[in-house]
Design a protein around this ligand. Structure first.
Ligand SMILES: [Fe+2]
Length: 426
């Protein structure tokens, strides 16, 4: 039996000045709280490890049988309400999804061509000043990541019925109401604006290492996240549910270049070219509850008292062979996708982009997540609205503002009801 500890953990609602000191203090307090339940940290971690090991074995089994690890659902089944219970169960177990035919292939290819026209008409490559941050590489003077947010193609996709339909299905996998609180509205998206990637044939890329995006030290140190992860920190780890949105959608995050102001149920992108599975594509560790492992691993006594397995502010949350070898065994890439397919992964999940040399074909995507309406997203929507109206880079991104003077960006008159609701205009 576990008892409910009554002490609150020390917490910092803004980045602590003394990070090592705060790490020591919060780790000691979390350890104490777990031990107050009558179990040791090692026992609690072993429960998590066993649960993850089962998932890893399932995934290895799928690979050995030649089955696709990633769930795949046809858009037509989502639209017609004919997604089977087995398909939904696999989506929840794996926490990731490929939606086949989310948009007609010709429409996606047309959007890709439209983006090229848009940036060329506006002499983007001539005025490009180099990457505004160092998240992604670039090839020569042409970027792979276009810091472009307001093209007709992106806005048409964001406000489309097809996007809303898929986002609703994804959001519905989450528990969005509890304790009399509606944590988010699963049927209203906040149109989180993000960039475009266009990686040309022949490209060499180092890819992106395994990491997670939900936050950094704030995940242990703010009161909101301490409540989100309450079952990890109080010895009742069996009750931890990665699909429970409680306390995730209001609290602060520590600022930094890696911060996402929005709450996303799923990160995602829509393919604007066909991409083969071995051409430097996205991989995930398709185990949503791996977050429990990531959060508890630093509490074991082989990690220094002032270390969170390398997690620190202003950098992405690293996942590594050194601290998380069990998780790395499950790293699984997407299957081949076509232009118009979309790819989604639970916001906590570890992911990476594989390296590629001499890439065959284009690797083009527009990043569009599921960011349902909630307190946090409503707050951010205010600045998104201003960025949209002035053609500016959204405040989560480097201040590059290429589109301010571009006459043909998407206009407020072109918004439909979904677009207006998403920007909080209605
Ligand atoms: Fe990421």
């Amino acid at each position: 039996m576990t008892t409910t500890p009554t002490t609150t953990l020390p917490h910092w609602e803004t980045t602590p000045d003394d990070l090592p000191g705060a790490i020591r203090e919060v780790k000691q307090a979390i350890r104490g709280r777990i031990e107050a339940s009558g179990r040791t940290v090692e026992e609690v971690f072993a429960v998590v490890e066993a649960r993850i090991a089962e998932r890893v074995a399932e995934i290895r089994g799928d690979v050995e049988r030649g089955e696709t690890v990633w769930p795949v659902i046809d858009y037509s089944d989502i639209e017609n309400g004919t997604v089977s219970p087995e398909q939904l169960a696999k989506l929840r177990r794996r926490g990731c999804l490929v939606v086949r035919g989310h948009f007609p292939r010709e429409q996606a290819l047309g959007w890709d061509a439209g983006i090229v026209d848009y940036v060329e008409r506006n002499a983007f490559f001539e005025s490009y000043r180099g990457p505004g941050d160092d998240f992604f590489g670039s090839v020569g003077s042409k970027p792979e990541i276009y810091p472009i947010y307001w093209s007709p193609a992106q806005m048409e996709a964001r406000q489309s019925d097809r996007m809303a339909t898929v986002q609703s299905l994804l959001n519905a996998q989450w528990k969005h109401e509890s304790d009399g609180v509606t944590w988010f509205d699963p049927d209203r998206d906040s149109l989180y604006p993000d960039r475009i990637r266009r990686r040309p044939p022949g490209a060499d890329s180092n890819g992106l290492g395994t990491h997670a995006d939900p936050g950094t030290l704030d995940l242990w140190m703010t009161q909101g996240y301490q409540q989100t992860f309450r079952h990890l920190f109080d010895g009742s780890v069996e009750q931890y549910d990665p699909w429970d949105a409680a306390h995730r959608t209001s609290g602060p995050q520590y600022p930094g270049t890696t911060m996402c102001s929005a709450f996303r149920t799923f990160q995602g992108w829509t393919a604007l070219s066909d991409m083969a599975h071995d051409q430097g594509v996205l991989h995930t560790v398709p185990i949503p509850e791996a977050m429990a492992y990531l959060m508890l691993r630093p509490l074991l006594d082989d990690v220094a008292d002032d270390d969170m397995c390398g997690v620190t502010t202003n950098q992405v949350f690293p996942a590594s062979e050194r601290w998380h070898p069990l998780l790395m065994e499950a790293l699984s890439g997407i299957p081949d996708v076509q232009a118009g397919d979309s790819v989604w992964w639970h916001c906590d999940m570890i992911h990476s982009v594989a390296p590629v040399t001499d890439q065959q074909g284009w690797g083009n995507v527009m990043y569009i997540p599921a960011a349902p309406w909630c307190e946090r997203n409503e707050r951010y929507a205010g600045s998104v609205r201003e960025a949209f109206l002035s053609g500016s880079s959204p405040s989560d991104f480097p201040e590059e503002h290429y589109e301010r003077t571009w006459p043909d960006r998407f206009t407020v008159e072109q918004l439909n009801a979904t677009g207006r609701r998403g920007l909080g205009l209605d």
